[in-house]
Ligand binder design. Structure first.
Ligand SMILES: CC(C)(COP(=O)(O)OP(=O)(O)OC[C@H]1O[C@@H](n2cnc3c(N)ncnc32)[C@H](O)[C@@H]1OP(=O)(O)O)[C@@H](O)C(=O)NCCC(=O)NCCS
Length: 169
């Protein structure tokens, strides 16, 4: 990847040290705990517990899941969660950027990096779902060439609809 102020790399909890894992879990908690953003990231609205984070860490399988992290120095300021299922699809399950680091192209760079990975693995499309009130993410992905393919009504706990989008590679 070309030179960029913020480093984008893979994070694999299975090979990371305990210290790195603790830092990653803490960063996920901070990113996911932001009250304003949480409705864009959850169907249920139920906050993540420490047990849930430990479970995700313990059950992480690099064959079907990848984390891309964005760092500013030692701090994790962005996270992109990828699900790769060769029998079904390559999907961006989550994309979050620290509120202090927004509008610096971080999500755009992550999504492009994920698309590159998808192509490398042989996938022909990248899928993602965005709640219909998430203006920032919708503008972001439409600008990148994602096309709406489906809408599911009242999918979120408060009745918000969910838009599925795809980008053909
Ligand atoms: C959505 C999100 C990931 C975007 O991250 P980001 O790094 O700030 O996005 P980028 O800087 O790459 O933005 C690219 C373009 O998207 C559009 N965009 C991004 N945020 C926007 C906003 N708040 N309002 C309007 N347009 C926005 C702009 O066109 C922007 O280009 P510009 O800055 O040159 O105008 C970030 O706002 C976020 O973490 N939100 C909370 C979590 C979330 O909703 N995740 C998505 C779940 S599906």
């Amino acid at each position: 990847m070309e030179n960029y102020k913020y480093e984008i790399s893979n994070f694999n909890p299975k090979v990371a040290s305990d210290e790195e894992n603790a830092k990653f879990t803490n960063c996920c908690k901070n990113l996911f705990d932001n009250e304003k953003d949480f409705k864009y990231l959850s169907f249920t609205g139920i906050k993540h517990t420490d047990e849930l984070h430990s479970y995700w860490r313990e059950t992480f399988d690099p064959a079907n899941k990848e984390y891309l992290i964005v760092k500013d120095g030692l701090n994790i300021v962005g996270l992109c969660i990828i699900i790769k299922d060769i029998s079904e699809k390559f999907e961006i399950l989550g994309m979050i950027v620290d509120a202090d680091y927004r509008r610096k192209n971080i999500a755009t760079r992550c999504l492009l990096a994920a698309e590159k990975k998808a192509a490398k693995y042989g996938f022909r499309a990248v899928h993602l779902n965005v709640f219909c009130d998430n203006k920032a993410m919708l503008i972001n992905v439409i600008k990148l060439g994602y096309k709406p393919t489906n809408i599911e009504y009242h999918k979120r706990y408060d009745g918000e609809d969910l838009l599925s989008l795809v980008k053909y590679l």
